[in-house]
Design a protein around this ligand. Structure first.
Ligand SMILES: NC(=O)c1ccc[n+]([C@@H]2O[C@H](COP(=O)([O-])OP(=O)(O)OC[C@H]3O[C@@H](n4cnc5c(N)ncnc54)[C@H](O)[C@@H]3O)[C@@H](O)[C@H]2O)c1
Length: 544
């Protein structure tokens, strides 16, 4: 009996498959595939059913031809790891493995699995033998060795490299392999191609692997599905044939009539487009960090400055950075580019200044929230050490349950280092694995706990879902994420639920001036990232 389990976020336990089960699993799927192929459906294997792959698989499975009939049969392939295996049985029931605010996600997955019967999931790599198209959505990580030094880190391509080897070992030679994973520029041609070519040669296959690249711009959240299906895509292939196949496939599964494809000559160009796109975003956010401090020290409200600038059409995408720039992409993508320049493309000089610096600034922005909390509590006559601090929001952005590299993690680690007792509330997050499993998550020796002291007890941190209970008796409340639930909170109600005045820290420009004044009237102390005008509001309230 296999004693190893994979536990879903909802707490359901699934035992990992035994080696003896693989054969029957493959036979079961092969029978289905034979029937589907007889109906003229293309067989698509999506490798990695995480945040991107699960929804991409459903979008492909939802595709119809000119007659309105399903034209693809999709197999979501997921390695049966302890951390991820649960996604397979959930998907096979028609339940989404990703929690999303987008009302399209759950019904789309349920429809494709249970009604249209165009989507299923498995753990056996043998299904790659049945593929016409393989879409690769496994992760490619960047592991940082220091909190504020991108260059001492490295790209971890192990999952991607082993996926590509497995694909080459199993696929029919004519299958299209579309890499959607965000990769270090040069990866498709200089890493993926040689891996696959060598294995093809060993298999006696003389043709080139049909490798293509098209990066994802998915935004988990309210427009999750649309951010994949109804959005512009960039693609490329390693040769004419691969490029044409990728263009055909993407035209079939995405809404390219309204959102046309951009086709590039070579994969390194589409790979670079993804890295530059996200480095640009990371940079305009990082650049605001110094102005945020400037604002705090000179009586300026950065929120109003940004609103004033945004009306100018050329500057409409200027954004206020919260307590850190998280999500899976912005903290790593630029680093993949800096690393690739040396380790894939072979240059010895260092041409990068802004790209790594932006990530370093973003990675450490949350530290300042520790100081603001300390100062607000001190103004109320209380030391931070031993203070009960409630953090509102664990996710990296509003209205999603994804905690990867969230600014709140740094805020909490810093506060724990300073001796605060932490509570956290988030309506979308069930488990905050970055804390609960910090010895092994996101990988052995990779937790940000290593950059701080006094982190041991954070393993016991559990995400609260009842806001009223969470607020009770807090000495400081930190608005860390602008989840909808927090936007309308009335100061009178908050202070009543707390039971006494408290320190209130606004990390995202959530509080209006009226609310800030009201907190002061209620005896609270307020501070905020980039909100230097708070002192003025405090003086006005005291005088009034
Ligand atoms: N999440 C986003 O918002 C987003 C946006 C744009 C691009 N991307 C990019 O998309 C890619 C995937 O990201 P994600 O957020 O879906 O990651 P994820 O970690 O949620 O999903 C990756 C999945 O691949 C599986 N996997 C790993 N190795 C495997 C193997 N050998 N065989 C089969 N499955 C395997 C993992 O178990 C996991 O379920 C990354 O390159 C990411 O940078 C993500």
């Amino acid at each position: 009996m296999n004693e190893t389990f994979s536990i879903s976020p909802g707490g359901e336990k699934f035992s990992l498959p035994e080696p003896s089960e693989y054969k029957a699993e493959f036979e079961r799927i092969k029978n289905r595939v034979d029937q589907e192929r007889a109906r003229g459906r293309e067989i698509v294997v999506v490798m990695g059913v995480g945040f991107v792959g699960a929804v991409m698989a459903a979008i492909v499975a939802d595709t119809v031809n000119e007659k309105g009939e399903p034209s693809k049969f999709v197999i979501g392939m997921q390695r049966p790891s302890v951390r991820s295996y649960w996604k397979i049985p959930l998907l096979n029931r028609g339940v989404s493995p990703v929690k999303a605010e987008d009302p399209e996600v759950d019904p789309m997955i349920a429809r494709c699995v249970n009604e249209k019967k165009t989507l299923m999931a498995t753990y056996t790599y043998d299904v790659l033998k049945l593929a016409d198209v393989v879409v690769v959505d496994v992760q490619c990580d960047y592991i940082k060795k220091e909190l504020s030094n991108v260059r001492s880190g490295r790209t971890d391509m192990a999952a991607l490299e082993s996926s590509l080897a497995l694909i080459a070992e199993h696929i029919p030679p004519e299958a299209l392999v579309l890499i959607e994973t965000t990769v270090a520029p040069g990866t498709t041609e200089q890493v993926a191609y040689p891996i696959m070519k060598k294995i093809f040669k060993r298999r006696g296959i003389g043709s080139e692997p049909l490798l293509a690249h098209s990066y994802e711009r998915v935004m988990p959240g309210r427009n999750y599905v649309a951010s994949i299906r109804d959005f512009w895509r960039v693609c490329s292939g390693i040769n004419d044939k691969a490029r044409k196949r990728a263009v055909k496939f993407l035209n079939e599964v995405l809404n390219t009539d309204e959102y046309p494809l951009t086709v590039m000559d070579r994969p390194i160009e589409s790979e670079t487009a993804k890295i530059v796109e996200n480095s640009y975003r990371a940079t305009i956010l990082a650049f605001m960090d110094e102005w945020s401090l400037f604002a705090e020290r000179n009586g300026v409200d950065l929120i109003k400055v940004i609103q004033a600038i945004k009306v100018r059409p050329t500057h409409s995408n200027i954004i206020f950075p919260g307590p850190g720039i998280g999500g899976y992409c912005l903290p790593k993508d630029g680093a993949l580019g800096v690393w690739a320049y040396k380790h894939i493309l072979g240059f010895e000089d260092d041409i990068f200044k802004i790209t790594p610096l932006a990530i370093e600034i973003n990675d450490t922005r949350g530290l300042h929230v520790g100081q603001l909390t300390r100062d607000a509590l001190r103004n109320m006559g209380q030391p931070i050490a031993g203070a009960d601090v409630l953090v509102l929001g664990a996710a990296y952005r509003q209205n999603v349950g994804d905690t990867r590299y969230s600014g709140s993690e740094i805020v909490i680690r810093k506060l724990a280092e300073m001796g605060a007792e932490i509570k956290v509330h988030d309506p979308y997050v069930e488990h905050w694995w970055e804390f609960e499993q910090q010895d092994t998550y996101p990988g052995e020796g990779q937790s940000k706990a290593q950059f701080f002291r006094n982190q041991e007890k954070l393993k016991d941190l559990r995400v609260e879902h009842n806001l009223d209970n969470a607020l009770h008796d807090a000495e400081a409340v930190i608005f860390a994420v602008p989840h909808e639930k927090y936007l309308d909170l009335d100061p009178d109600r908050v202070v009543k639920l707390i039971g006494h005045p408290a320190a209130v820290i606004d990390c995202f420009g959530i509080l209006t001036d009226d609310k800030i004044k009201r907190y002061f009237e209620l005896g609270c102390e307020v501070k905020g990232l980039g909100r230097g005008h708070i002192q003025r509001l405090k003086e006005a309230t005291r005088k009034g």
